[in-house]
Design a protein around this ligand. Structure first.
Ligand code: UD1
Length: 332
């Protein structure tokens, strides 16, 4: 298939591009490089032997989108491009609504104007807000008590996709709700390398390991969990990338929603222990107060993705830590 991947040089996008090319698909990448580096394109070429066509472009630039879509007839768009820093979204909500919601509307217009009916969209478990349970199935209500504008943009985009599907029977949107992506490609060529100060646990652990930050601050050890720290469902980015490939093979008209997670919960302290085991070094940390908006515990029930897409995670937290450390060595 001929696929346009927006955000294809980012963390999840780049791993997905590698899987798509390896499976024989023809990929083009659109990215504004706001949170990634152009050198990722070289890494993709080295890994796959293919240099995908690259558009340095912004989804806010309607004229550019029109130009790109008029040049090629895509079968599918896989849409990763978006801002994702939760704290920044609280401080600058309009930036998030503009980039994520308006940007996606521009992309959808460019698609529909050129007869491209299929989209796979990067959503997040954050759309469930605070559902009052710890094990998440796709049929839980969404949109209630979402604590950040970032999370609300994901929810709003899902709703927009549903409305288009109502108006256009041939339209197909596959909504993938990611849990917590971690790890790196086992080659060490690509991984998570955000520009600026990271917010998420794994990139912060990486900065501590590199000596850039003195220690990890663990946000609370007084939660009602086994060791008092929060529990999340961490998923290896290569497994996540393969989830997109599975989704691509099962595109059908209408809206399809899948949780992409491992189904297992891991605490922050367990993540620290796994990193220490893989690196053979102590990771300095201190316990600080809770972070506003954090839920004590959540994990995916990924059965629907297994049943309908034949996809499940194959890699473990230990694999993710090994690959992260390998990637850190390659960066150094
Ligand atoms: C966060 C967002 C979520 C978003 C996801 C991916 C919130 C409330 N949720 O999920 O909307 O989809 O990132 O971008 O922000 N932790 C520490 N110390 C740190 C950093 C994190 O203890 O320095 C803990 C957190 O309390 C949490 C766990 O590590 O328990 C994972 O945090 P993080 O990586 O930020 O992911 P989420 O909070 O699950």
């Amino acid at each position: 298939m001929k696929i346009l991947v927006t955000g294809g040089t980012g963390f999840i996008g780049s791993h997905t591009v590698v899987e798509l090319i390896s499976a024989g698909h023809e990929v083009e990448i659109l990215d504004n490089l706001s949170n990634s580096k152009e050198s990722v394109l070289d890494a993709i070429s080295k890994l796959t032997g293919v240099s995908p066509k690259f558009y340095k472009a912004d989804i806010l630039d309607k004229a550019r989108l029109t130009e790109i879509f008029s040049g090629t007839k895509y079968d599918v768009v896989i849409h990763f491009a978006g801002l994702k820093a939760v704290a920044e979204s609280v401080e600058q909500p309009l930036k998030y609504y503009e980039n994520n919601v308006e940007g996606t509307i521009n992309l959808l217009n460019a698609m529909l104007n050129t007869g491209v009916d299929n989209i796979i969209f990067s959503s997040s478990a954050t759309v469930y807000g605070d559902p009052g349970v710890t094990a998440y199935t796709e049929d839980l209500p969404t949109g209630q008590n979402i604590t950040s504008p970032y999370g609300k943009t994901k929810y709003m985009i899902e709703e927009i996709l549903k409305d288009i599907a109502m108006s256009k029977p041939e339209f197909s949107a596959t909504i993938l709700r990611y849990f917590n992506p971690v790890g790196a490609h086992p080659s060490g060529f690509i991984g998570e390398d955000p520009n600026g100060r990271p917010n998420n646990l794994m990139p912060i652990i990486m900065k501590v390991a590199q000596g850039e930050y003195p220690e990890l601050s663990i946000y609370g050890d007084d939660y009602p969990t086994s060791d008092g720290t929060c529990i999340r469902d961490y998923i290896h980015v290569v497994d996540l990338a393969k989830g997109h490939l599975a989704a691509l093979q099962h595109i059908k008209p209408g809206i399809s929603v899948y949780n992409l997670g491992s189904g297992k919960g891991t605490s922050v302290l367990e993540m620290v222990a796994a990193f220490e085991k893989a690196s053979g070094k102590k990771l300095p940390y201190k316990i600080v107060g809770r972070r506003t908006g954090d839920l004590p515990e959540m994990h995916a029930i990924p059965e629907k993705a297994f049943r309908e897409l034949g996809w499940k995670t194959e890699l473990t937290i230990d694999d993710a830590m090994r690959d992260t450390i390998n990637y850190l060595r390659a960066l150094a």
